[in-house]
Design a protein around this ligand. Structure first.
Ligand SMILES: NC(=O)C1=CN([C@@H]2O[C@H](COP(=O)(O)OP(=O)(O)OC[C@H]3O[C@@H](n4cnc5c(N)ncnc54)[C@H](O)[C@@H]3O)[C@@H](O)[C@H]2O)C=CC1
Ligand SMILES: O=C(CO)COP(=O)(O)O
Length: 307
């Protein structure tokens, strides 16, 4: 039986989800900031609100909607990143504004172009309340988008945010033609670095090795459909961050997330060497080749002590 779903943000991902869930027989409505209407108008008589706006738009949208949020209406957040001002994930921003709303996260290896073509994919629907996650798993899964539940929304979000930084780094590696060994080494050390943030924010280690962690890292860091990966390739070709962003001309969350992660790291004493080099490259303080050299010349250490 269909449910009523409002999708906020009709970019590549929001539009894909709206179409998919519409085809499943749900009653879907969408809002985009270009529509000229107010998102508040969509809140009445819904079973689920889905936020698929870029991270940069989450805080203002949450503030705008909070005074009008119907009691008990669940929100499913799809934004992958860390807010650069508040150094927080999307559901941390939402929960500050909507203290009582049931919150869920959708994240996994889900390049919108492939999902839109109906190619098979899996993803994670995460909520602290397992029954809530199960309910929407049943309602939103279909034979080409298979949803798994987990009870670690913060770990799921941390993984989805940080893999974008590693995708930028992977694009740099491929753009410099460093080969398969370099790429595999980078992704493994990148996974360990994602784990530092994920565990530091209170997420579960198992999430790191699941769809939202390793799964999304593999998809994003190996596909030219990924905007973050393409950003890395362009940086390796000599583009500045601004030039890369203009060439891609769509949301690229990795650069802001890398900067936010470094600010968090300096407060919390984390070591994030790949994030650090990505930011140095983005800001033009080092070259992609020098960043690789700096990573290779770090002090030698055990594999699993600290990233
Ligand atoms: N494209 C993909 O394959 C996937 C994207 N995501 C995540 O979904 C989110 C949206 O990504 P896409 O739809 O791909 O990006 P997009 O660039 O195609 O669209 C971004 C959407 O966010 C809205 N937006 C941007 N800034 C805003 C602001 N300040 N206020 C209100 N709305 C604003 C835009 O109007 C647009 O609707 C991102 O966090 C992304 O990481 C998640 C899974 C897959
Ligand atoms: O999150 C994504 C796939 O899971 C999309 O990645 P990009 O934002 O790099 O395009």
């Amino acid at each position: 039986m269909g449910i009523r779903i409002a999708v906020l943000g009709l970019g590549a991902w929001g539009q894909t989800l709206l179409e998919r869930w519409g085809q499943q027989g749900h009653i879907v409505t969408g809002w985009s900031r270009r529509s000229g209407s107010s998102p508040v108008d969509l809140l009445a008589n819904q079973d689920l609100v889905v936020s698929a706006v870029a991270m940069a738009g989450v805080q203002s949208l949450a503030e705008q909607l909070a005074p009008h949020w119907p009691t008990g209406l669940p929100l499913l957040s799809c934004s992958k990143g860390l807010d650069l001002q508040l150094l927080a994930t999307a559901t941390q921003l939402w929960s500050n504004q909507l203290a009582d709303a049931p919150l869920l996260v959708l994240s996994g290896p889900n390049l919108a172009t492939e999902v839109r073509q109906g190619l098979p994919a899996a993803s994670v629907i995460a909520a602290a309340d397992q029954d809530l996650a199960r309910r929407f798993q049943q309602q939103l899964s279909d034979t080409s988008l298979r949803l798994y539940t987990n009870t670690d929304p913060i770990g799921t979000e941390a993984a989805g945010a940080l893999k974008n930084v590693m995708a930028v780094a992977a694009g740099i590696s491929d753009g410099l033609a460093l080969g398969a060994n370099a790429k595999a080494s980078l992704l493994c050390r990148g996974l360990a670095e994602i784990g530092v943030v994920l565990e530091g924010l209170g997420g579960a280690t198992s999430t790191l090795y699941g769809l939202a962690g390793l799964g999304d890292l593999l998809a994003t860091a190996n596909s030219s459909l990924s905007r973050n990966y393409r950003c890395g390739v362009l940086l390796a070709e000599g583009c500045s961050e601004q030039q890369a962003s203009e060439r891609i001309s769509a949301t690229v969350e990795g650069p802001r997330t890398a900067r936010a992660a470094l600010q968090l790291a300096s407060r919390k004493g984390w070591h994030l060497p790949i994030c650090e080099q990505v930011v140095l490259v983005l800001e033009g303080h080092t070259t992609p080749a020098a960043a690789v050299k700096a990573l290779m010349e770090r002090d030698l250490r055990p594999e699993w002590q600290q990233a």
